[in-house]
Design a protein. Structure first.
Length: 221
């Protein structure tokens, strides 16, 4: 029996949408999709909007009842379409030092010996995983990225206010993981943990890439 996370992956594969594309079509933020698909969020008020964006039955997506696709009239109404298989991609897990040294594409040295992790999120040809370090993105409530979790970085992807990014200081190549947002024409890197300070982005900062997936590594299970 499938759960909401499984059904959402099936629905998204049926629609042929990435997590980001589905979020945009449903009018929500991508981390909501990610948390639903990883089981970190067991339900959401946006599920009906997500079902509509995927072209599936909302009741099926919410609780697994009924057919996946809305019923249609006609002689072929009793024919159930085959579900498209969920695609998975593999990306290397690199170090924060390598991420900070990356300039464009995956210019991070030899990744042949790096551990790889799968994801159904497309991070481009140069995507890579990083392991969250420190408590700056551990929120007191809501979406949170705890130390030890893996985040998938998509270099070169468009970034909107409210999304999560990895950025670096160009002089030192020191990389950091924060939430990107804009306010009154200025851009900031905001931690989810209020104990840490927000950073205003200036010419000393460069965005490395956007986070498109997050999960715990299998080694902790």
């Amino acid at each position: 029996m499938t759960n909401l996370a499984d059904r959402l992956k099936i629905a998204r594969a049926h629609a042929g949408l990435s997590q980001g594309e589905l979020a945009l079509k449903a009018g929500i933020k991508q981390p909501v999709i990610s948390q639903l698909e990883t089981g970190k969020n067991a339900g959401s008020s946006f599920v009906v909007s997500i079902a509509k964006a995927c072209g599936v039955n909302a009741e099926w997506l919410v609780n697994g009842q009924g057919s996946m696709l809305p019923e249609t009239s006609g002689f072929d109404a009793n024919v159930e379409p085959a579900l498209a298989p969920v695609k998975f991609y593999e990306y290397p897990e690199i170090s924060w030092v390598q991420a900070g040294a990356a300039t464009e594409a995956l210019v991070i040295g030899n990744v042949a010996n790096c551990e790889v992790h799968p994801s159904d999120a497309w991070a481009g040809p140069n995507g890579f995983w990083l392991k969250v370090k420190g408590p700056s993105m551990t929120a007191p409530g809501g979406i949170s990225f705890v130390e030890g979790m893996l985040i998938l970085i998509a270099p070169g992807f468009d970034i909107q206010s409210g999304q999560y990014v990895v950025a670096k200081i160009t002089d030192t190549n020191e990389a950091t993981f924060k939430q990107f947002y804009k306010d009154s024409g200025r851009s900031y890197l905001r931690p989810l943990n209020p104990v840490f300070s927000t950073i205003e982005i200036d010419e000393d900062w460069q965005i490395i890439g956007r986070v498109v997936d997050a999960k715990w590594p299998r080694s902790v299970l």
